[in-house]
Design a protein around this ligand. Structure first.
Ligand code: FAD
Length: 431
């Protein structure tokens, strides 16, 4: 394999960061020009704001409002060299990585590849269900939902129409709850106006959760309120309910019951992205790579893993920290300081997660928030959710666009982005 071409001569130590998600991008932007040459790789040329994928899927936001060109973000960081490339293997004994564009040496390697959907080995579900771990998948879901209603118009077969209109969501975490609420609002305010020939009183939205409550990472107060809000939006929530199989038309539940639906959305779990070349025993729960309290892997001092891909087990947190954006960002901030301390020959500082709280929105004026000293629900929680998410989006232009979209939808009870846009394959010529 050839070396990656045209990387400038090293000035200072080379830190190679893989993944420009919340963790990798934060670290790349903060590492000092004085001490490091930074090489950032991502398989995409854009950063994605995952918390709002569900709004792209339900026609509330354009993909471009929540995706940001990485080169634009790094325009003023002359010591950060970005390449679109996929990591293939780490040869950590030789301090080298293999990628889709060649191989490259490093002084320090930081892995921040995040996680992907976990289908728990069920290939039928993987083939037919839709997940939401990328903006492309969110668009696929938007197309699937809209296409299904177009098809439903053209069939007089009762069961087929039912299957095309019904939506089943697996996983009662924030993603499942937010999607269920948003689709229920589409059913209430938007779809009957677009498709007056279809009877939306027959459309069911079912949210399936394997445990006995919703929003497991949040308080009982928030879980119970989310359940109440979804009930008010006429979403059927089924707790202690597991999906066994799916053929693209019928969801088969454990126990034999079946639900007709052409749309199964899988939000029931994630698994950390794997790394070829790492020892098998370096992984912990959920495929996450075990790191010490400096985010360093156990078997090598020059390799760090941060964000969703890592698990830092401490006495206080035997299951590690949650896989959320704040953990990823805070780990990047600590690692930035520690890499500088390494250069200065100083001792490293340990990481401790400062939990600022969590929140989920269910719909118009409806949200739940667990803050360190109080819990909130309803309209105030919803306003706080809007504010926090708006402030977290990168770029002033995107903030303005998202705000205008939200204000427009709030006033008109409509989402205006119900476009079925599909990429076309270029025609192939013989010569
Ligand atoms: C639908 C959804 C909703 C969410 N909502 C919330 C929320 O409301 N609040 C919250 O705090 N958290 C939320 N999360 C979780 C949050 O998004 C993650 O915790 C966070 O993105 C983790 O950051 P990360 O940097 O570890 O990984 P990511 O942000 O996932 O970034 C990983 C990067 O690695 C790149 N990559 C992957 N494989 C390769 C490869 N082989 N080679 C090169 N590049 C690669 C990817 O393209 C990506 O850019 C949500 C997640 C999802 C999916």
């Amino acid at each position: 394999m050839n070396n990656v071409a045209n990387l400038p001569e090293k000035r200072g130590k080379r830190v190679v960061i893989i993944g420009a998600g919340f963790a990798g991008l934060k670290l790349a932007r903060s590492l000092s020009e004085k001490h490091f040459q930074v090489v950032l790789l991502d398989k995409n040329n854009y950063h994605q704001f995952q918390p709002l994928f569900y709004q792209v899927a339900t026609s509330g936001l354009e993909p471009s409002s929540i995706s940001f060109p990485i080169r634009k973000i790094l325009q003023h960081k002359k010591h950060v060299h970005f390449r679109v490339a996929e990591l293939q293997k780490v040869r950590w004994e030789e301090k080298t990585i293999e990628t889709s564009i060649g191989e490259m040496g490093y002084d320090y390697l930081v892995l921040a590849l995040g996680a992907n959907t976990n289908f728990f080995g069920n290939q039928n579900i993987e083939r037919h269900a839709i997940s939401m771990k990328s903006v492309s998948e969110a668009l696929l879901l938007r197309n699937r939902i809209l296409e299904n209603y177009e098809r439903a118009l053209n069939t007089s077969h009762g069961m087929e129409q039912e299957s095309l209109m019904n939506v089943v969501i697996t996983g009662g975490g924030p993603t499942g709850v937010e999607l269920a609420g948003a689709i229920a609002e589409m059913r209430q305010y938007v779809l009957p106006k677009d498709y007056p020939q279809l009877d939306f009183s027959k459309m069911t939205i079912t949210l399936l959760e394997g445990s006995g409550r919703l929003l497991n990472g949040m308080s009982d107060h928030s879980g119970n309120n989310a359940l109440k809000y979804l009930g008010g939006l006429n979403v059927k929530v089924r707790l202690n309910c597991l999906v066994e199989d799916y053929d693209g038309k019928e969801v088969k539940l454990k126990g034999g019951e079946r639900i007709l639906s052409n749309t199964l959305i899988w939000a029931a779990g994630v698994r950390a992205n794997g790394i070829a070349g790492f020892p098998d025993n370096s992984m912990g729960f959920g495929g996450r790579y075990k790191v010490d309290s400096f985010s360093r892997v156990e078997f090598n001092n020059d390799v760090f893993v941060i964000g969703d891909q890592s698990i830092m087990i401490t006495e206080d947190r035997p299951n590690g920290d949650p896989q959320v954006a704040q953990v990823a960002i805070q780990q990047a901030i600590r690692l930035n300081k520690n890499l500088t301390r390494l250069q200065q020959g100083k001792e490293l500082d340990t990481f401790e997660y400062d939990d600022k709280g969590s929140m989920a929105t269910v719909g118009r004026n409806l949200a739940v928030c667990d803050l360190p000293y109080m819990k909130m629900k309803g309209f105030l929680a919803w306003l706080l959710w809007l504010f926090v998410h708006l402030m977290s989006i990168l770029g002033a232009k995107n903030k303005v666009f998202v705000f205008i979209n939200w204000a427009w939808s709030y006033v008109t009870y409509d989402q205006s982005l119900r476009l079925l846009i599909k990429p076309v394959e270029k025609k192939k010529y013989d010569n």
